[in-house]
Design a binder for this molecule. Structure first.
Ligand code: ADP
Length: 277
C-alpha cells in the first residue's frame, strides 16, 4: 500500500474534500525557518499501527517518534515493507495510529472527528505523488487552482493565487498549458504548485522523482529545497533512491516498523546521516 493509494478517492488536490462540512479551525501562517522557536508542522510520538488481515494483526509501525518542523527537509528511506507508507499516511492525517500521539500543526488528532481531520488536512498539508495526478484536460493554472475551491475563494482570487504558485515553481510562462504539453519535470512542478497553493505547513511527497529522469529529479529536489528555505514549509519525501535522499537535509531510515535514526542536528546536512550502505 502506498500513500498515493491511500489518498485516492479524494480529489487530486492537497486534501480537497467534497461534501464535508468545514468546521472552523484557526489558521496559522507559515513561520520562517529562521525563527528561534520553531513549531512542529507534524509530530508523531511513539506511534504504532497494526493492520488486521484475515484475523491476524500485522504490525506495520512498532513505536516511532518523529518531529517535523517548519524548515525541515526530511527523506524517509528503507526497504519495501518497512513502514514508510504507513508512516506517511499518519503524517498526512490520512490514517490514525493504533497507539501513540499524532499532532498535526499543534492539534492532537485523536480528539477530532473525521470531518474535522479532513478540514485540518486540507489546511495544513499538501500532497505530491509519483504520478503527478493532474487533470489531463485542464490547464496548469486550473489544476493548481482546484484545491482552492474548498476554501471558498472567488474564481479571480483562485486564478491569481494559482498563477503566483506556478510562478514560484518556475512555470509562470506555462499557465495555459495542459499536462500533455508539459515535460515530466514540468508536470511535477505543477503538482508541487497545486500542493503549495493553499500555503500548507507541510508538504508530503511520495517518490516525487520516481517517474522522472535524473536531471529532472535533481531539479525537483532542488526546488523543494528552495521552498523549505524561502517559505519555511516542512517537506517530507519518501524515496528508495539514495541520490534523492542525499539531497534532503535529514534522513530517517525505517526498518521492520522501527526508525533506525532520528537525527535532529541540521548542521549535519553535508554528512551522511543514517544513509543506507
Ligand atoms: P513500505 O511503504 O515501507 O513498503 P508499508 O507501510 O506499505 O511499507 O507496509 C508496512 C507493513 O505493513 C508491511 O508488512 C505491509 O505488508 C503491511 N501492510 C501495509 N498496509 C497494509 C494493509 N492495509 N493491511 C495489512 N497489512 C498492511
Amino acid at each position: 500500500m502506498t500513500a498515493e493509494a491511500g489518498a485516492e478517492g479524494r480529489s487530486a488536490s492537497s486534501g480537497g474534500q467534497t461534501g464535508v462540512a468545514r468546521p472552523k479551525l484557526s489558521r496559522r501562517r507559515p513561520t520562517p525557518a529562521s525563527d528561534a522557536v520553531r513549531e512542529a508542522a507534524v509530530e508523531v510520538v511513539d506511534v504504532t499501527r497494526e493492520y488486521q488481515l484475515d484475523g491476524v494483526s500485522v504490525p506495520a509501525l512498532r513505536g516511532v517518534s518523529l518531529r517535523v518542523e517548519r524548515g525541515d527537509y526530511i527523506a524517509i528511506i528503507g526497504p519495501s515493507g518497512s513502514g514508510k507508507s504507513t508512516l506517511m499516511h499518519l503524517l498526512g492525517g490520512l490514517d490514525r495510529p493504533t497507539t501513540g500521539r499524532l499532532v498535526l500543526n499543534g492539534t492532537e488528532v485523536s480528539a477530532l472527528s473525521a470531518a474535522e481531520l479532513a478540514t485540518l488536512r486540507n489546511e495544513v498539508i499538501g500532497f505530491v505523488f509519483q504520478s503527478f495526478h493532474l487533470l489531463t484536460r485542464t490547464t496548469a493554472r486550473d489544476n493548481v487552482a482546484l484545491p482552492l475551491i474548498y476554501r471558498g475563494l472567488s474564481r479571480g482570487d483562485r486564478r491569481r493565487r494559482a498563477e503566483a504558485a506556478l510562478t514560484a515553481v518556475g512555470l509562470g510562462h506555462r499557465l495555459g498549458h495542459r499536462p500533455g504539453q508539459l515535460s515530466g519535470g514540468e508536470q511535477q512542478r505543477v503538482a508541487i504548485a497545486r500542493a503549495l497553493v493553499g500555503e500548507p505547513a507541510l508538504l508530503l511527497a511520495d517518490e516525487p522523482t520516481g517517474n522522472l529522469d535524473t536531471a529532472s529529479g535533481v531539479e525537483i529536489m532542488a526546488l523543494l529545497d528552495g521552498l523549505v528555505r524561502d517559505r519555511g514549509v516542512a517537506v517530507v519525501v519518501v524515496t528508495h533512491d539514495p541520490e534523492v535522499a542525499a539531497m534532503a537535509r535529514r534522513r530517517v531510515r525505517m526498518r521492520d516498523g522501527l526508525m533506525e535514526t532520528t537525527p535532529t542536528d541540521h548542521s549535519l546536512r553535508s554528512r551522511s546521516v543514517g544513509d543506507p550502505g
